[in-house]
Every structure is written in C-alpha cells, then in structure tokens.
Write a protein that binds this ligand. Structure first.
Ligand code: CMP
Length: 142
C-alpha cells in the first residue's frame, strides 16, 4: 500500500477526497520503531503527531514515579500525540512500541494547520479524544 492508500484507511481521514489525501500524504513521514522503543516521552515538549500503520503501542503514565499506569493500547489506524499539540503543554504520557511498529508522523505545525483548515478532520480527532476520555472515566470513576 502506498502512503495515500494507508491514510485512506485511517478512520479520521476516511471522509477526505483523493486530492486532499495526496496532499496529506506528502506531509507525513514514515517512522519505524522496535518493540520497547519509547516514541514520545511523558513531560517532553511535543514535536509531532503520529498514526500507527502497523504494530502496537501502549500509552503509559507515571513511569518516572515508579507507579506506571497503562492508559491504553493503540493499533493500526489509531493516532497519538495530539494532546500536547492542542494544548501547548508537555506530553501527557509516554507512548511505547510493544511490537515492532510503523507510524506515519506529521509535524505539530502541519497538524495544527490541517485542523484549522479542515473541520471534518477536527471533528473526527475530537470524537476520538472524547471517547478516550469517557473510557478513562469509566475505568476510574471516582
Ligand atoms: P500527547 O499528550 O501529545 O502525548 C501522549 C499521548 O498519549 C497523548 O498525546 C495521547 O495521544 C495519548 N493518550 C494520553 N492519554 C490517553 C488515554 N487515556 N487513552 C488513549 N490515549 C491517550
């Protein structure tokens, strides 16, 4: 599959026209990670937004404090790294490959530019973020 076909299979981009997918695919860079690699580190300043193409990652909070908590496991078609880019805050968690993993990465600048010009992508990203928040609250209701 080429990069455009991969993006077409990602739920947040599934409504986009072919021309837009092609433009987007030019902004995204393939990145490979080995099982065990940290892709983003909790508290680091953000630089990029990632889509998982193959493999699996886990989102872990609190590793430095010795009480790590796995918040989620993400696989093909899912994304991470949007929170710090939205907020301008450091990374909220560490994201680590738990299998050899291929991602497509976009700079924070391009990610923000896409969101500000395309309401459809913004809504799709928001839907996922809200779903993750709901799942987290259901697991930790207090
Ligand atoms: P960011 O804070 O930039 O970097 C860590 C990423 O982990 C974060 O963006 C989200 O993409 C992801 N993340 C954080 N919390 C959760 C969660 N509860 N469920 C799924 N993904 C999460």
């Amino acid at each position: 599959m080429d990069r455009k076909e991969i993006l077409a299979s990602v739920p947040i981009f599934s409504g986009l026209a072919g021309k837009h997918l092609k433009q987007l695919s030019k902004l995204m860079v393939p990145r490979s990670f080995k099982a065990g690699d940290a892709i983003v580190h909790e508290k680091d300043q953000p630089a990029a937004f990632f889509i998982v193409v193959s493999g699996k990652v886990e989102v872990v909070r609190g590793e430095a404090g010795g009480k790590p908590q796995v918040l989620a496991t993400l696989g093909p078609g899912e994304f991470f790294g949007e929170m710090a880019l939205f907020e301008g805050y450091p990374r909220s968690a560490t994201v680590r490959a738990i299998e050899d993993t291929e991602c497509l990465a976009m700079t924070g600048w391009d990610f923000r530019a896409e969101l500000s010009t395309d309401a459809e992508i913004t809504m799709a990203v928001l839907e996922t973020v809200v779903r993750r928040l709901r799942e987290l609250e259901e697991r930790h209701p207090e």
